[in-house]
Ligand binder design. Structure first.
Ligand code: SF4
Ligand code: SF4
Length: 122
């Protein structure tokens, strides 16, 4: 059974970090998906989501209220950096950056990942 995602009523990471990725992921490049008009080029090789390259970041594609109810307006077209950012505890792995983003928005930490102990039949 898959674990319920805490992200649907969080969104803190989308409003904490600069969300950057290889510029070739934008849809003006062959095979790119991320809508180019929602991005900003920050180096010869990197773009970021608009709104995240500022002192108080908030991705332009983030809809809703952080800590209440959110959704990504380009979910199917989001960058690899978004796809690879796991919530603390997803698949049994920790992510301190997730915890840090939640703390920045006054949200409680997610439970620490418990080591899975295999159950051996007697
Ligand atoms: S900070 Fe963590 S829980 Fe919140 S949306 Fe990001 S990955 Fe999900
Ligand atoms: S593109 Fe979507 S998942 Fe990525 S930072 Fe923006 S709102 Fe969050």
């Amino acid at each position: 059974m898959s674990q319920p995602s805490p992200c649907l009523n969080c969104g803190a990471c989308c409003a904490t970090f600069r969300v950057s990725f290889y510029w070739g992921e934008t849809d003006d490049s062959p095979g790119g998906l991320v809508p180019q008009h929602l991005t900003e080029q920050i180096s010869p090789f990197l773009s970021c989501m608009q709104g995240t390259n500022q002192p108080i970041p908030r991705c332009t594609a983030l809809m809703g209220q952080v800590g209440e109810g959110v959704r990504c307006n380009i979910y199917e077209k989001r960058s690899t950096s978004c796809r690879e950012f796991a919530w603390h505890g997803e698949n049994g792995l920790g992510n301190e950056d997730c915890q840090r983003a939640r703390a920045r928005h006054g949200l409680p930490p997610l439970p620490d990942v418990l080591e899975r102990i295999p159950i051996v039949a007697a």
